[in-house]
Design a protein around this ligand. Structure first.
Ligand SMILES: [Zn+2]
Length: 467
């Protein structure tokens, strides 16, 4: 029998705020364990939470980027459960009245509907260290603002799930809502998956896989889980609703516990938290300040006559796109700058992510070639030196731009033109004279080992070969 795979995702992303969501402790990854903590975020009795307005605004911003409706009123609830990384034994979260409802993300071939986006607090982190007896707990992460986004079950393959997450991450990074550094746990994903006979309207029993922290493990976990469920049904078995743990090293999942429902958490409105009124003024203010997202930048680049392929690579990473825009603001030659970026910069970037030449400097090198101050060959040398040795581009251009000029250069050009009558007549008859001119320039550079003053050389050649 053939089956449809039905997937819904729950994605958690840590918001980019300076402080935590219910206290003023730092929201900072990598600090000394338990150094960013206070009575509120370690849940001491009597400590009262205060809401971080910025966190609410970031969730609204995320919602507006994904066409969500923003509720007038948002309510915080207690989600009660005991676990050592949650010192209060409840998490402040949202169930009935989240900040955002509905919304969507467009993929290449389908629209994935969103159910909601809400704000909650992160828990601490358990550290299993061989150097310690038992387990250590770091509460620095406890109280870090998290947005949780829940999709409708519109995703039907591992490939689509990864496409969705890639798009979501791009939106959150471009809008400055979250960094989504998956290696730091800044974005985590739960996968709900069920299967049903192909074309059937009846949903199967689903399992949930928690806290997947890379796109690769989401992909592999989905492939594995879909096959596991198909095998059970094919053998006449029954799928149970449960939470499973994915082990990326062993490439398989294990049953953890029977899946909880929201009743199990005994949600109730947190008496310490007032409901939040979200004014329409605030929403429209945030709406007016939304930044340009990857899709919009992509369209803008295509309008500069870049190919879709080039535009896609430039917008894949916000750092690339920011770099490209910065270079354009210095020298607006999109095609040439994109070419340099996609060949020279990208080949240097292999295996590292720091671009070791500023966008201003790259633009200056390119402009100097176009202005014929330096040859293409010299430009590559300058690029290399600037990247590898951090040399000053401006200084190098001055040093390496041609110093053979004036009478000395004129003699060379005259000899060259005299010896190449055919090329001269070609220049006068062809419909692409600039190609012939470029050939002459190349010859001059060859004869002078790239040391000719290019601007002067071009003027001299033109004087001699133009009719
Ligand atoms: Zn705190």
């Amino acid at each position: 029998m053939e089956y449809d795979i039905v997937i819904g995702l729950e994605v958690h992303a840590e918001l980019k705020t300076k402080s935590k969501v219910f206290c003023s402790c730092k929201n900072q990854f990598g600090s000394t364990p338990n150094s960013n903590c206070c009575p509120v975020c370690i849940g001491l009795p009597g400590a009262l939470p205060v809401l971080n307005k910025k966190a609410v605004e970031l969730v609204i911003k995320a919602g507006l980027c994904m066409d969500c409706e923003i509720n007038d009123k948002a309510v915080f609830e207690r989600k009660n459960y005991f676990y050592p990384d949650l010192a209060k034994a409840y998490q402040i979260s949202q169930l009935v009245k989240p900040i955002c409802v509905g919304g969507k993300i467009e993929l290449k071939d389908k629209t994935v509907r969103l159910n909601r986006i809400h704000l909650e607090e992160d828990a601490g982190k358990l550290v299993h260290s061989s150097r310690a007896i038992g387990t250590l707990i770091d509460y620095n992460r406890g109280g870090v603002p998290l947005m949780e986004l829940v999709t409708e079950p519109d995703i039907s393959s591992a490939e689509e799930a990864v496409e969705f997450l890639t798009k979501l991450r791009s939106i959150l990074v471009y809008s400055n809502v979250a960094d989504c550094k998956m290696e730091e746990g800044g974005m985590r994903c739960d996968v709900n998956l069920s299967i049903k006979p192909k074309g059937s309207d009846v949903l199967g029993v689903r399992s949930e896989m928690k806290n997947l922290n890379s796109f690769k493990s989401v992909y592999r976990a989905i492939k594995y889980e879909a096959q596991r469920q198909i095998d059970i049904l094919e053998q006449g078995g029954k799928i149970v609703q449960e939470t499973r743990k994915w082990d990326d090293n062993k490439e398989r999942s294990y049953a953890m516990r029977k899946k909880e429902t929201s009743q199990d958490y005994r949600y109730f409105p947190d008496p310490d938290m007032l409901a939040v009124n979200i004014s329409r003024e605030l929403v429209s203010k945030i709406k007016d300040s939304l930044p340009e997202l990857a899709d919009q930048r992509f369209k803008r680049y295509v309008s500069y006559s870049l190919t879709e392929y080039e535009s896609e690579i430039l917008t894949r990473d916000k750092a690339y796109s920011d770099y490209f825009d910065k270079a354009l603001s210095v020298y607006f030659e999109p095609k040439t700058i994109a070419n340099w970026f996609l060949t020279d910069v990208m080949s240097k970037l292999k295996g590292q992510d720091e671009i070791k030449i500023s966008p201003e400097d790259l633009a200056l090198i390119i402009k100097s070639v176009d202005d014929k101050v330096i040859s293409t060959k010299v430009s590559k040398e300058i690029f290399e030196k600037a990247w590898e040795e951090g040399a000053s581009v401006e200084k190098l251009i001055k040093e390496l731009s041609g110093n053979i000029e004036g009478e000395e250069l004129r003699k060379i050009v005259e000899t060259l033109v005299a010896e190449n009558e055919k090329a001269v007549s070609d220049y006068r008859t062809t419909d692409q004279p600039e190609k012939v001119l470029r050939w002459f320039m190349g010859q001059v550079m060859k004869m002078t080992k790239g040391k000719a003053n290019a601007t002067q050389a071009e003027t001299m050649i033109l004087e001699l070969i133009k009719e």
